[in-house]
Design a protein around this ligand. Structure first.
Ligand SMILES: [Zn+2]
Length: 382
C-alpha cells in the first residue's frame, strides 16, 4: 500500500524543500523545522547546495529511508500526533534514521513512545533481527535490550535464519560473549540455590530422603534409615537437587542453547515437587516434610528463585562496552562511537573509557585507540 505523503491536517503550502524517500514519495517540508531539530540538516542547509532536481519550484533532497520511515519522522518533528510504526524492526529503522540525521530530541520522543507502548521483539526471530538492526546502526540501548531478548531462544543457524547475513562480524561475536556471561551467571544462580547452609534453600533441610538418594534411584523407600553421618550433613531434597543439576547440565552444554525464562522455573519446580510428595513411599513419593515446607514457604521460595534468575539474565549488559570495541576495531570513525554512546551516557562513558585505558597493556594498539576516544569524548562533552 502506498504511503500517503503527509497527514492531511499538516499544511505545507509554504514548504521550501522536498524530501524524497527511497521509494520516490515526495514530502513537502520546511527547512526551518528540519534545521531546528537536526544538526545534520542545519549544517547541510548552511552550505551552498548542489544543483537539485526541482519539483513544483522546490529543490528535491533524496534520502535513503523509505516513505513509511520518512513520514513517521515527520510526524515526530511537527506538532502533530506521532505515527510510530507498530512493528519493532521498523521502529529500529526509525531510530536509526533519527540517529543518522542527528536528532536527539526526536530520538528521545520515539524511545518514550516505544517504552509507553511496550514495543519489543516478541519472538526469537524478531529478537535476533532487532539485535542485527540495532547493532548495525549503533543503537547501543536497543542493542543491549535485543541481546537480552535473545537469551530465551537458541542461537543456531535455524533461529538466525536469513538474519545471519545482516549480522556484522563483531556484533555476532559480542552476542556470543554476552550469552556466555549470562549463562555463567544463571549457572551461578542455580549453584547458590544448591547451597543448603546459607540462602533460600536452607528451608528444605530435613527431608527424610535427603540428597543421599542419587538421581535416577527415586524408588528408594523413604523409610530406609539414614546413616548417622548423612544426617549430620544438611542436604537438599533429591527432587530439588535433580531439578537444579539438570538445569545446570543443560546450560553447561554451550552458549547456543536457550536460557529458561525465569517464570518457567515454577512449572518445573511444581512438577518435581509433585513426583516427590504424591504417591507412596515405595514409589519414592509421599514426602510429607517437603509438602509442609512447600505449603508454608513454597510461594516465597519460588519468587526468590524467579527473581534471582531474572537478575542473572537482566544484569547490565556489557554490550555497550563491546559495541565500543567493535567500533574501535571497525572502519567507523571513533566520533561515530561517541555520538552513539553519548548523550546521557555522559560521565559514566568517560569513566568507562578511563577504566579500560588503565587496564590496557601500556603502548598497545588498544590503549592508543581508547586514548584517542577518551579525548574525543571529553571534547564532545565539553
Ligand atoms: Zn522430601
Amino acid at each position: 500500500m502506498a504511503v500517503p505523503p503527509l497527514p492531511e491536517y499538516l499544511d505545507t503550502t509554504d514548504a521550501d524543500i522536498i524530501i524524497q524517500s527511497s521509494d520516490l514519495v515526495n514530502f513537502r517540508l520546511h527547512r526551518l523545522i528540519l534545521s531546528s531539530s537536526s544538526q545534520f540538516f542545519r549544517a547541510m542547509f548552511s552550505l551552498p547546495q548542489p544543483p537539485n532536481d526541482i519539483v513544483d519550484g522546490l529543490p528535491v533532497l533524496p534520502v535513503s529511508e523509505d516513505a513509511e520511515i520518512v513520514r513517521a519522522l515527520i510526524t515526530v518533528l511537527y506538532p502533530i500526533p506521532s505515527e510510530i510504526p507498530v512493528a519493532y524492526d521498523r521502529v529500529l529503522f526509525l531510530l536509526a534514521a533519527s540517529q543518522k540525521y542527528d536528532m536527539p530530541a526526536v530520538q528521545f520522543s520515539i524511545r518514550a513512545e516505544v517504552s509507553h507502548r511496550k514495543l519489543a521483539a516478541r519472538t526469537g526471530q524478531e529478537a535476533f533481527r532487532a539485535y542485527a538492526i540495532a547493532s548495525r546502526n549503533r543503537l547501543s540501548s536497543e542493542t543491549s535490550t535485543a541481546a537480552r531478548a535473545t537469551l530465551n531462544y537458541p542461537l543456531t543457524f535455524e533461529s538466525l535464519g536469513s538474519e545471519l547475513q545482516n549480522f556484522e562480524g563483531w556484533a555476532l561475536r559480542d552476542l556470543v560473549n554476552f550469552r556466555k556471561l549470562r549463562r555463567d551467571d544463571v549457572i551461578s544462580c542455580f549453584e547458590s540455590f544448591l547451597d543448603v547452609r546459607a540462602g533460600p534453600s536452607k528451608i528444605w533441610v530435613g527431608c527424610p530422603n535427603g540428597s543421599t538418594v542419587e538421581p535416577g534411584s527415586r524408588g528408594k523407600p523413604i523409610s530406609t534409615p539414614q546413616p548417622a553421618a548423612d544426617l549430620s550433613e544438611p542436604s537438599l531434597p533429591p527432587w530439588l537437587n535433580r531439578l537444579f543439576q539438570s538445569q545446570m547440565r543443560e546450560l553447561g552444554w554451550g552458549f547456543t542453547g536457550a536460557i529458561m525464562e525465569p517464570s518457567n522455573i515454577r512449572t518445573e519446580y511444581l512438577a518435581a515437587l509433585q513426583t516427590h510428595t504424591t504417591g507412596n513411599s515405595v514409589q519414592g513419593g509421599g514426602c510429607e516434610f517437603c509438602l509442609r515446607v512447600h505449603v508454608r514457604q513454597g510461594e516465597e521460595y519460588c519468587v526468590k528463585l524467579e527473581r534471582s534468575l531474572a537478575h542473572a539474565q537482566d544484569k547490565a549488559s556489557t554490550t555497550s562496552h563491546l559495541l565500543f570495541e567493535g567500533l574501535l576495531m571497525s572502519e567507523h570513525t571513533p566520533s561515530a562511537g561517541v555520538r552513539t554512546c553519548g548523550g546521557h551516557a555522559g560521565q559514566s562513558l568517560v569513566n568507562m573509557i578511563q577504566q579500560v585505558l588503565s587496564s590496557c597493556e601500556p603502548n598497545s594498539t588498544y590503549q592508543s585507540r581508547y586514548r584517542r576516544l577518551a579525548e574525543l569524548t571529553l571534547y564532545s562533552g565539553s
